[in-house]
Unconditional design. Structure first.
Length: 315
């Protein structure tokens, strides 16, 4: 099979590294800190064969339909198989839930659905741009007609939409579709069409109501964790200028990456720093130092992966 459409078996069900039920718990930002969006776990060898990079979007197609998921590469995933949690609903992604990929067949006696092993074809998707859209907490899910791939990540103070362009677009038109304005709103904007850079903030009565950031590369985007606390706040002239520069004053250096341990809110970078600084040798030592892995234990495989990564010799 060619790399653009090679087949694997898709397993769905309870997440092996964490437990998400995207109904009531889907409204709790702390539970989303571990895995903030729908993902597809692949063995690195399969990903290399298929031309799929870590963090890239993948089209997952089965006999019943298709969806788009972001690839995560892990050696704990068996070769020839991919894994996607079934709990994410279409309120969290414009691509639709993974349930649309699997057939509705079930055992006539037990009623067990045939979703534990479904043949699928995977194809890597290119990225033309990346974006962040921050709206007030409790806002509606993204509309189906947004001209890009989106996932919704509820935060403590905001609704974060991570955007990715799987087709070319013009930044100005895209901004008009994603963040329309009302006459009573004030707009701050920096727009460089040649570089596909756009930063737009919408204020009402001097308070930040929403903001949008677009760039060719996700690495050039502002950090949502630093900007989200400003929503609803009255912005000073300095904050206005920094917002358009993609920078915000505050304790941004304290952010320690995506959460590994959702129980105690321990981030990946905090674990790595502790392992290196304190020369931690195993998961038990990490638990004694940070608490990670000492409650439900679902983060233990990821802690072990961090330990292996830190121990790798320099190239």
């Amino acid at each position: 099979m060619d790399a653009r459409g090679a087949g694997v078996v898709l397993n769905t069900g309870r997440v092996r590294d964490q437990w998400h039920t995207m109904t009531r718990t889907g409204r709790v930002p702390a539970l989303l800190a571990h895995t903030p969006e729908p993902a597809l776990a692949l063995n690195p060898a399969d990903a290399a064969r298929l031309g799929i990079a870590a963090g890239s979007l993948v089209r997952v197609a089965g006999a019943a339909g298709e969806t788009v998921l972001r690839a995560t590469l892990t050696h704990t995933q068996r070769r020839g198989e991919a894994f996607a949690p079934m709990h994410w609903t279409d309120a969290f992604t414009g691509a639709g839930p993974v349930a649309r990929v699997v057939a509705a067949a079930r055992d006539p006696v037990s009623g067990q659905p045939a979703l534990k092993g479904t043949p699928v074809r995977l194809a890597p998707l290119g990225s033309h741009y990346a974006g962040l859209l921050l709206l007030p907490r409790g806002g509606a899910a993204g509309p189906r007609d947004w001209p890009c791939h989106w996932v919704r990540v509820p935060m403590e103070t905001a609704e974060l939409f991570r955007l990715e362009g799987i087709a070319p677009a013009e930044a100005g038109r895209l901004a008009a579709a994603l963040l329309p304005e009302a006459p009573e709103q004030e707009r701050l904007e920096l727009h460089d069409p040649a570089r596909f850079t756009l930063r737009r903030a919408v204020l009402r009565d001097g308070r930040l109501e929403a903001c949008l950031f677009l760039a060719r590369d996700a690495a050039a985007l502002a950090r949502a964790e630093a900007i989200a606390p400003l929503l609803g706040a009255m912005l000073t002239p300095t904050q206005r200028a920094l917002l358009l520069a993609g920078r915000v004053p505050g304790k941004t250096a304290d952010y320690d990456g995506p959460h590994v341990c959702a129980c105690f809110g321990v981030g990946r970078e905090a674990v790595r720093h502790a392992v290196v600084t304190h020369r931690l040798a195993d998961v038990a030592a990490i638990g004694a130092c940070l608490g990670a892995g000492t409650n439900c234990g679902s983060c233990v495989p990821e802690l072990e992966e961090i330990l292996r990564d830190v121990r790798l010799p320099a190239a």
